[in-house]
Design a protein around this ligand. Structure first.
Ligand SMILES: Nc1ncnc2c1ncn2[C@@H]1O[C@H](COP(=O)(O)OP(=O)(O)O)[C@@H](O)[C@H]1O
Ligand SMILES: [Mg+2]
Length: 198
């Protein structure tokens, strides 16, 4: 049996550029743990920034971060998050048998919920900058969907009032013109990605 802190690891549920996401359990409650696997200091700092930003957020369409800590040699960062039992929107879109049965009502509900999450982020002066179907997780199973939640705040950033912030990071295909041309980022930047997803 493998443990991270008090959490018993059950299985891997996701993989990304710098780490992986594990399903774990403590006192009968399941959580998702995002673990940085790289030895690079830059990646550790990025994971710390991601955690500091996410820990203050609380909205039903944004994944909750309960706690985070570093441990081990070399140091790794562990983000203890709510487990969204379901599938990435990306998987749903790629699964022809499932996708063909999704109604327009369900799709419009997904997009409405993403917009509610974005409205909340916008009120907190946060831009996500990497919205795409891989970073949207739909809870529910067997075609019965409950909620959609925004995950992966790896590129997210708080923009202070009056601050000029430019950034070329993101995923091609979803990036707004101002990301591609290194011009000022705003709340509209995430809306461009919503347009691409839709
Ligand atoms: N809280 C969660 N509950 C369920 N699945 C999750 C959760 N967080 C992430 N995932 C899954 O793990 C994948 C990778 O996580 P993500 O935060 O996007 O990492 P990366 O920054 O490496 O892309 C996601 O695309 C999603 O499928
Ligand atoms: Mg991701």
């Amino acid at each position: 049996m493998k443990f991270i802190g008090d959490y018993q690891i059950l299985r891997e549920i996701g993989k990304g550029a710098f780490g992986r996401v594990l399903l774990a359990e403590k006192d009968g409650h399941q959580v998702a743990i995002k673990e940085t696997l790289t030895r690079s200091r830059t990646a550790l700092k990025a994971a710390q920034d991601e955690s500091k930003l996410l820990i203050n957020l609380n909205h039903k369409n944004v994944v909750r971060l309960f706690e985070y800590f570093t441990s081990g040699v070399p140091k790794r960062l562990y983000m203890i998050m709510e487990y969204i039992r379901g599938r990435e929107l990306f998987d749903i879109m790629c699964d022809e048998q499932v996708f063909v049965n999704i109604t327009e009502i369900a799709i419009s509900s997904f997009i409405r919920q993403v917009c509610l999450g974005l409205e909340y982020l916008n009120n907190c002066f946060i831009v996500h900058l990497d919205l795409k179907p891989e970073n949207l997780v739909v809870s529910g199973a067997d075609g019965v969907y409950k909620e959609i939640k925004i995950v992966d705040f790896g590129l997210a950033r708080k923009i202070e009032a009056g601050e000029r912030f430019c950034c070329m990071n993101g995923t091609r295909g979803y990036m707004a013109p101002e990301q591609l041309s290194f011009e000022q980022i705003s709340d509209k930047t995430d809306m461009w990605a919503v347009g691409c997803i839709t």
